[in-house]
Design a protein around this ligand. Structure first.
Ligand code: MLT
Length: 321
């Protein structure tokens, strides 16, 4: 039997090469497809490899009667309808470790860019001005960084922030406190992290509990002049509330890589504010990370289709195959 693997997203060529060398696999890698073409292409697919650009919702999954596996070259599976996949017996797998360092480095880059007005200074000089006073910044040294979600990425950020001589505190209801203590990043209640942090970096999944957790009420509990960095998911932030806090000075600045809707609409309240630095979901976009996650995703699909081995399964535990 020849398995058809559809790769309808910009997944690194190295993964396609690995799949193509396997005699039991037929690959089609058309890159990003319009919705109608995607629904057509998936009809005879046995597996799909995707990044965040493909929404694998119930309609797509139900259009693929042969589909057995979806591999996400990346961490977040919020673009996959896990309930629909599970109901159709489709295993969903991700590659959780492959872009940790890239994402951590981008978060630190955002923190520095925000603190030193690097994008604004660049733009000003490119436009022919020589402005120095307007771009006076702040040092990271001695400041407190609060990390919400001390998983792989949060931990990599903690280690890097400590090299900058920042004090690191964290909130993570799932991590044993002794693991955090050993990293010199003590776990505190959310309110304590809000009240003590000069910088807040978000690394949580979007759940019913965390959706919109950065809002007028929680911002009101933060230290005045806090700077907020989000390279996790846009839906963690209530954008209108953060924009109001940036305008009032309660929040001194924000650095954002992710948006609830991507690309964000032209009238997004945070895009273009003078104290906001933003990038278009680039945290994992390094050649290093993209090779790693793509090759891992290809291997996951090969192992599942040809050897019946499922790793990094994201389907809900009680229903997963
Ligand atoms: C991830 O979830 O892996 C990152 O946000 C990167 C991506 O979406 O490709």
């Amino acid at each position: 039997m020849i398995f058809h693997i559809l790769v309808p997203d910009n997944v690194h060529q190295e993964a396609i090469d690995i799949l193509q060398t396997n005699a039991d696999i037929r690959v089609s890698a058309p890159g990003k497809l319009e919705r109608a073409a995607l629904l057509e292409a998936v009809v005879d697919a046995d597996a799909m490899i995707i990044r965040s650009g493909v929404t694998a919702d119930a309609e797509l999954i139900n259009s693929a009667p042969q589909l057995k596996a979806i591999a996400r070259a990346g961490v977040g599976v919020d673009n996959v309808d896990l309930a629909a996949a599970t109901a159709q017996g489709v295993v969903v797998m991700n590659t959780p470790g492959g872009n940790t360092i890239s994402t951590a480095e981008h978060s630190i880059g955002l923190m520095l860019a925000l603190s030193r007005h690097i994008p604004q200074g660049h733009q000003s000089l490119a436009e022919g001005r020589w402005e120095r006073k307007a771009f006076t910044g702040v040092e990271l040294k001695g400041k407190t960084l609060g990390i919400i979600g001390l998983g792989r990425i949060g931990q990599a950020i903690a280690a890097r922030a400590q090299v900058f001589e920042m004090n690191v505190i964290a909130h993570d209801p799932y991590l044993p406190p002794e693991v955090a203590a050993a990293m010199n990043a003590p776990l505190l209640a959310l309110n304590e992290v809000y009240a003590s942090s000069d910088y807040l970096s978000l690394h949580a999944l979007v759940t019913d509990e965390t959706r919109g957790m950065i809002n007028a009420e929680s911002i009101g509990r933060m230290k005045r002049g806090i700077r907020i960095i989000n390279a996790a998911r846009g839906a963690l932030i209530n954008a209108a509330d953060l924009a109001a806090a940036l305008q009032s000075g309660q929040v001194a600045g924000a650095a954002l890589d992710v948006y609830e809707q991507e690309p964000p609409p032209a009238d997004h309240p945070l895009i273009g504010l003078p104290n906001v630095v933003h990038t278009p979901h680039l945290a994992a976009s390094t050649s290093d990370a993209q090779v790693t996650v793509a090759v891992e995703a290809a291997q996951l699909v090969i192992d599942f289709l040809l050897h019946g081995k499922a790793e990094n399964v994201c389907n809900p535990a009680e229903n997963s195959s």
